[in-house]
Design a protein around this ligand. Structure first.
Ligand SMILES: [Zn+2]
Length: 510
């Protein structure tokens, strides 16, 4: 093979090795019109969605349980998984060699802000606020915004995160996310945060509640604009795009604006995604204003008739966890929220698991490495549980990698009320990720007997193949839905300009 970077473990019909380029060329079908921008390069050809993925292990759905199956073969046809078995499937079907790899359902992040990752990463961890960089993002033109969104969505895919509950920080950012997601076959549950960044901070950081009451008309206008956009793309790309309504939090809304959000979410039929009980301050504010905790207030308003994903929840009370559990709502635990855990402390993941609440692992803002976040959830969660158990004589559950993977796949799918997602089983959508659990640094040179534990030594770069709805997005660790080098260069150009502006404003001296 002429280009070593294209070396890949794909096998042709007769069992011969194919390079990644061969695989793409030999199986190419033309893409439908996807709204590809005129200035962009032509989309790469996409492999036909008919192949067998041959892994050393797969986490397979058997009834209610996720079961590890050795030497697993997963047959994909169109957008669905059509067969799963231990051992190899005979015949001349095109096959992808995933020996040494663990096959998992594509990860579902219950909380992302895609365009905000790379502009804040590496500059806020020492304690600076992310506010100003994010305000600058909101001033970008559509092309720059798309370049930034693409860089960050590429990272999510690269680390095996195929489904995103995406709370874009404004309607414009949600539109950008949808443009990128549609081009790359991403399964998106997007929404523009309300209030969006341009209006949020004075309302959120108010010292007088009159500011909140005065914001109602503007917030209702934002809700309506988001609702209209969401309806226009609901079900796009054969159902890959399913917008949700995404209020910022309970302390930036009134009963009128929250009711309008819930009405729009009911109309869309995909659920509500919110920062919920983010801290003690939010809980106190909502208690002062409406006489209940944030979770109890949402229940009173009827929110939990819908799928609900609540992020962070550091201000939740034991009674709040009971409400969440009763309604099958999902706690999106974001262990790297605040900057790779640097400034956010630990979060109540053990409390939620102990209470029996459906608990997902989400990305939030600054790290898009889903595997790294799985690890952080387990490691930080165990540390928190041990300290609290010793200090308060409580008996909090110590989170396991099985808990984290379950929440990243089946648990999130159940919270979305989607029995066709989050599982490797015949009939499920073909959202799949293959992760190296046997190679250098992660494994022992051979597939081990408990491959989920090897994830505790892995990171996003250990992900080798990623598929959504049967579409290949990453093969052999390289993005194949676009020119990866170009995506990185365009994303970098935008971030450099943001850094230059921050420099000019003296922001780095702060
Ligand atoms: Zn967030």
């Amino acid at each position: 093979m002429s280009d070593p970077s294209l070396a890949c473990a794909c096998l042709g019909p007769s069992g011969d090795h194919l390079t990644r380029r061969d695989f793409l060329a030999a199986t190419a079908v033309s893409l439908p019109a996807l709204g590809w921008p005129a200035h962009a390069a032509a989309p790469p050809r996409q492999p036909a969605r008919d192949f067998v993925l041959e892994g050393s292990w797969a986490l397979v759905q058997r009834g209610e349980s996720q079961v590890l199956v050795p030497d697993a073969s997963v047959r994909v046809r169109g957008g669905a998984i059509v067969e799963v078995r231990e051992g190899r499937i005979p015949g001349t079907i095109r096959r992808i060699d995933a020996r040494g790899l663990l096959l998992l359902p594509g990860f579902i992040s219950g909380h992302t802000h895609a365009a905000s990752g790379s502009p804040t990463r590496g500059i806020i961890e020492a304690g600076r606020s992310y506010q100003r960089p994010l305000e600058i993002v909101e001033t970008l033109g559509d092309d720059d915004l798309d370049a930034l969104t693409a860089y960050n969505v590429a990272e999510l895919l690269r680390s095996g995160c195929t489904s995103h509950l995406e709370m874009s920080l404004s309607l414009r950012q949600a539109q950008s996310y949808v443009r990128v997601a549609r081009r790359w076959h991403v399964r998106g549950f997007p929404g523009g945060m309300v209030p969006g960044t341009a209006r949020l901070f004075p309302i959120w950081r108010r010292t007088n509640d009159q500011v909140l009451h005065d914001s109602v008309a503007g917030t209702l206008a934002e809700i309506d604009a988001n609702r209209r956009f969401a309806l226009s793309v609901n079900g796009a790309e054969d159902g890959l795009i399913r917008p949700m309504m995404t209020p910022h939090a309970t302390d930036t809304h009134t009963p009128d604006t929250m009711r309008a959000l819930l009405a729009a979410a009911r109309e869309l039929g995909n659920g509500l995604h919110i920062h919920l009980a983010q801290g003690v301050g939010e809980t106190r504010t909502v208690q002062r204003l409406w006489g209940k905790t944030p979770v109890q207030w949402m229940e009173e308003l009827g929110a939990f008739e819908l799928p609900v994903f609540g992020a962070h929840m550091s201000g939740a009370t034991p009674e709040d966890w009971e409400v969440m559990k009763r309604h099958g709502a999902v706690y999106s635990h974001c262990p790297s929220g605040g900057g790779a855990g640097a400034s956010s402390g630990t979060q109540p993941y053990p409390e939620a698991l102990t209470a029996g609440v459906r608990t997902n692992v989400g990305i939030d803002t600054h790290s898009n490495d889903y595997v790294e976040n799985l690890k952080l959830a387990v490691i930080c969660g165990r540390a928190r549980a041990r300290v609290l158990n010793a200090a308060t004589r409580s008996t909090l559950k110590l989170p396991t990698i099985q808990d984290a993977v379950h929440g990243a796949t089946l648990g999130a799918a159940q919270g979305l009320r989607r029995d066709d997602l989050g599982r490797i089983a015949a009939g499920a959508r073909a959202d799949l990720v293959a992760i190296d659990v046997s190679g250098l640094l992660v494994g022992s040179g051979a597939p081990g007997p408990e491959p989920l534990s090897n994830l505790l030594y892995a990171n996003g770069l250990s992900v080798r193949h990623v598929f959504t709805e049967g579409y290949a997005q990453v093969l052999d660790g390289r993005l194949v839905v676009d020119d990866e080098v170009r995506v990185v260069q365009r994303g970098a150009a935008v971030v450099r300009r943001i850094w230059a502006q921050l420099q000019q404003e003296g922001w780095f001296r702060g």
